[in-house]
Design a protein around this ligand. Structure first.
Ligand code: PMP
Length: 393
């Protein structure tokens, strides 16, 4: 068997898409115009699948901060913090994140994916047990695999199932790590975090919450579902990414545990990769200040999410969850979803196509994500495109 034989199914898949004239995974945004508009296939398109929740990618202050960093600190760090040293911005951002969450310390990673990989691979190894919500992101699964811990999946958003599985572990439960997300990216549903935190406290184990999609989105100060549901004290590790609400790239983990700093020295995805560029760090710091300083953008985001959710519900679409910045539309059948995605693009709306096996319960989804930067007219235009297509399905 040759090394490329395993790609046969994938190659057949690619051929099928070519025959259908659809390439949802190779879209090129020829020109990015604003957080909510781009030029795709030569036409002006509303971007409704960016996860740019607060729309900060074109924020003048974030751009100015990045520009200054670029000018004074250069284009890149050219190495890892462990080998080549940290720039002052790396450490300042960590201190600002820790202060924002009112936690002891933070570690910044080069991407959100690496934050999960680095944290989990260092934290849980052979002999340890991790309990994952079944719908957790691939980076969480990969981190557990890299660490080599025993991984147990519990039913999505089911605290009773989690408790049952912890009970079976006996004395080992006290050292187990539970991993959940705040908002789940596929359907936009929230974790029952108070129930999960209660289970964590009952068994005396550890809890990690991935707030990639809820940082800047939920909570009075934008600190995610942990803040919204008042379980900040029970979350031993809070992970987040800079690539969504903060409009840049990178990831982080905050914690009150003194051991957090040791993770830095044992985390291969932290040690063996280049640190974020000065411009990335500078725009992230600027975006974090914005995120923390007011709730106007958050309010606008939620208004837009409700508007889109109500519009699509009125059209008779089946949606994945109650209103949330991720609005996932369930489409019956994989081919139908592919065609729907393409037609939506022809109507000037870019969305994300999500197909099995990455989706929960094998459903096919057209996933929209809403931004505070969307105008009401843009949300109406997205609804109008869905209305046109409703007539044809
Ligand atoms: N966690 C979750 C829940 C995510 O959805 C993502 C990215 N989609 C990540 C982690 C990884 O973040 P990044 O894209 O910033 O690497």
């Amino acid at each position: 068997m040759g090394i490329f034989d395993k790609f046969q199914a994938l190659a057949a898949n690619r051929r099928e898409l070519e025959t259908l004239g659809i390439d949802p995974f190779g879209v090129q945004i020829e020109r990015i115009i604003s957080p909510t508009e781009g030029l795709i296939n030569g036409r002006h398109t509303i971007l409704a699948g960016t996860n740019n929740y607060l729309g900060l990618t074109f924020d003048p202050e974030c751009i100015a901060a990045a520009r200054t960093a670029l000018e004074f600190e250069g284009t890149g760090t050219t190495g890892s913090r462990m080998a080549n040293g940290s720039y002052s911005g790396h450490r300042k951002l960590e201190q600002e994140l820790a202060a924002f969450y009112e936690k002891r310390d933070a570690i910044v990673f080069s991407t959100g994916y690496q934050a999960n990989l680095g944290l989990l691979a260092a934290l849980v190894g052979p002999g340890d047990v991790v309990l994952l919500d079944a719908d957790c992101h691939a980076s969480i699964y990969d981190g557990c695999r890299l660490g080599g811990a025993e991984t147990i999946r519990f039913r999505h958003n089911n605290a009773q199932d989690l408790a049952k599985r912890l009970r079976r572990l006996g004395a080992r439960a006290a050292d187990a790590l539970i991993v959940v997300e705040g908002i789940y990216s596929m359907l936009g549903d929230h974790a029952p975090l108070q129930e999960i935190a209660a289970v964590k406290c009952e068994f005396g184990c550890y809890l990690m919450v991935d707030e990639a999609h809820s940082l800047g989105v939920l909570g009075e100060r934008g600190r995610g579902l942990v803040e919204e549901l008042d379980v900040m004290a029970d979350a031993d590790f809070i992970m987040g990414t800079f690539s969504k609400s903060l409009g840049s790239a990178g990831g982080f983990c905050v914690s009150n545990l003194v051991e957090l700093d040791l993770i830095r020295y044992s985390s291969r995805p932290y040690i063996f990769t280049a640190s974020p560029s000065p411009a990335t760090i500078a725009s992230t710091r600027s975006a974090l200040r914005k995120l923390a300083s007011g709730s106007q953008l958050r309010q606008r985001l939620h208004d837009n999410a409700k508007h889109l959710h109500a519009g699509l519900t009125a059209l008779g679409y089946t949606l994945g969850a109650p209103p949330s910045p991720v609005v996932a539309v369930v489409i019956e059948g994989r081919i139908e979803a592919l065609k729907f995605w393409k037609d939506l693009l022809h109507h000037g709306v870019y969305s994300n196509l999500m197909l099995p096996p990455v989706t929960p319960n094998g459903v096919s989804l057209i996933r929209c994500s809403v931004s505070a930067a969307h105008t009401t007219a843009q949300i109406d235009a997205v609804c109008a495109a869905f209305a046109d297509l409703r007539l044809t399905v």
